[in-house]
Design a binder for this molecule. Structure first.
Ligand SMILES: [Zn+2]
Length: 235
């Protein structure tokens, strides 16, 4: 239990259990967990039931898109089935929330691929834990000519982008990174829509294609990719 020993015995078990459950959620400390719990205790039965059912339904009904691994309720997500999307572009993001952030800008019309995390060996997250093989398979089988590596502009995001670069470079397509204007060290999810939108606007030459270069050893990059980087950056 994370609500402190001083309250042991004073708080009845069901209440302590809910406080504990809330406090395990990201961004919610023991104080907020207690506040939420006591709010629900005070509110009507209906409010609690709606919340409980919404949580259960999310777990029961929401699945991952079979193509891009975005969250959806069927086999494929609305973006993958839309005929208005540009199928020559795949934007690779870490989390489904990043898809929402980019969609809110209205500046990107291509498809997505959600990795579900980033490389973090210290936290036990390795290449095989992410949807990387699935991305490579898509690039090989779909009519893709550009992959945009929109992992977060922080250490883990950079490491993940580098790994993807090594996998994708031999496939001979344009690889870019929407880095322009995005704060280094930040989360895509929290970037303001105008800044994030400008990072996606225009053609590939507008995006900062050379961004990947400082964080990788050029001699490790397939020649085709190095040429495309220069093309992308100088157009
Ligand atoms: Zn999809």
């Amino acid at each position: 239990m994370t609500h402190g020993n001083d309250t042991n015995g004073l708080i009845v078990e069901p209440v302590a259990r809910l406080i504990d459950a809330f406090s395990r959620l990201p961004g919610i400390g023991p104080k907020t967990a207690s506040r939420l719990t006591f709010f629900l205790l005070r509110s009507g039965d209906e409010q609690a039931r709606v919340l409980a059912e919404a949580i259960i339904q999310v777990k029961e009904q929401v699945t991952l898109c079979k193509r891009c691994f975005n969250i959806t309720t069927g086999d494929y997500c609305p973006i993958c089935v839309s005929e208005r999307r540009d199928r020559s572009k795949i934007c690779v993001v870490e989390e489904p929330l990043d898809v929402l952030a980019i969609e809110r800008t209205g500046s990107y019309r291509g498809l997505y691929h959600v990795l579900h995390g980033h490389i973090a060996p210290l936290e036990g997250v390795y290449r095989e834990d992410l949807k990387i093989d699935e991305l490579v398979a898509r690039v090989k089988s779909e009519p893709v000519d550009e992959v945009i590596l929109a992992t977060n502009p922080n250490t883990e995001g950079e490491a993940t982008a580098f790994l993807l670069l090594k996998d994708l470079a031999p496939l001979g397509l344009r690889i870019t990174r929407p880095a322009r204007g995005l704060p280094t060290g930040g989360d895509l999810e929290w970037a303001d829509p105008d800044t994030l939108g400008s990072a996606f606007e225009g053609d590939a030459s507008y995006r900062d294609a050379a961004y990947c270069v400082p964080s990788v050893r050029l001699r490790d990059i397939h020649f085709t990719f190095a040429v495309q980087l220069r093309t992308g950056a100088s157009q």
